[in-house]
Design a binder for this molecule. Structure first.
Ligand code: G
Ligand code: G
Ligand code: MN
Ligand code: NA
Length: 253
């Protein structure tokens, strides 16, 4: 297909960029960011990762592209961590295919070494689908990663094949509530009840909670009342190119 052909050339044509979306604490400080891949294709224009990531996974291209994103994200974050303190973190989305086809622990160690980012500044975002994979010794891989000091976040929480036993069995540090649960706050009483329960459960399990897709001050007020740890969404900022994120954090650190 056209998309496949264009994807094969995208890395060598330098068509990818990593954007960074601020993650804001309860006391309104920028504590970290999520790295998000962007693709401007010479032939197809801007294509969303929601569209091209699944194709990359099928073609195996997620391996070189995923490595490139991780390296770029860590390279940029190393500057921010040294200026703004070792508590600053960057989160990077990981595809399940990367864990199945690649030695992620070896990759992460070599990228951290190369970029001089400290392990505690890196969080890998994984999905419920990965945790549901009973082959590929996922638990051992995640335990080995955690032992290097890297943190693990469960992304899109509540939308996959969620099982609460995952929260206990896997060495997770953060939980990201999917924006599906956030978008109708505070009017939808069922969403209010679920978000409130997720935050209190996470807090009791010593997991930091990130609410994703926060767009309104009413949503923010609701989440603040529940002492949600971190906020991410257009209310604060959309994902930004590295240079603009750099400006943003100098203002809002
Ligand atoms: O940034 P945006 O909302 O367009 O992202 C759409 C989807 O693509 C999200 O589910 C996001 O997690 C995913 N995505 C964005 N960047 C990456 C990446 O670098 N790697 C992987 N595996 N997924 C990504
Ligand atoms: O699946 P994942 O959580 O990684 O997806 C992150 C995606 O969500 C990013 O592509 C980003 O562009 C998008 N996003 C971030 N903040 C908001 C927001 O406030 N509203 C909406 N609609 N999308 C958002
Ligand atoms: Mn994510
Ligand atoms: Na998400």
């Amino acid at each position: 297909s056209k998309l496949e052909n264009a994807l094969h050339k995208a890395l060598s044509n330098n068509e990818f960029t990593v954007y960074f979306q601020p993650i804001i604490s309860h006391d309104k400080k920028t504590v970290g960011c999520e790295a998000l891949l962007r693709w401007r294709s010479a032939e197809l224009g801007d294509v969303s990762p929601a569209q091209f990531i699944p194709v990359c996974e099928e073609l195996g291209l997620i391996i070189p592209i995923g490595e490139w994103v991780l390296r770029e994200a860590c390279r940029e974050a190393a500057k921010w961590c040294s200026s703004f303190g070792a508590h600053f973190f960057v989160t990077v989305n990981m595809s399940s295919v990367q864990f199945i086809r690649q030695d992620i622990e070896a990759l992460v160690k070599s990228v951290l070494q190369e970029t001089q980012l400290s392990a505690q500044c890196l969080t890998l975002e994984i999905t419920e689908t990965l945790l549901a994979d009973n082959s590929s010794n996922i638990l051992q891989q995640l335990q080995a990663l955690r032992a290097t000091g890297v943190a693990l976040a469960i992304d899109d929480f509540g939308t996959g094949y969620s099982s609460l036993s995952y929260l206990k069995r896997f060495p997770l540090s953060k939980l990201k509530i999917d924006r599906e649960f956030i978008k109708d706050l505070p009017d939808d009483l069922e969403d209010c009840a679920m978000v409130s329960a997720i935050i209190s459960m996470a807090s009791n399990l010593q997991l930091k909670v990130v609410a994703e897709g926060v767009e309104t001050s009413a949503q923010l007020a609701f989440l603040n009342a529940l002492s949600c740890d971190y906020i991410q969404g257009f209310l604060y900022s959309k994902p930004l190119p590295a240079a603009l994120f750099d400006k943003y954090i100098r203002e809002f650190i």
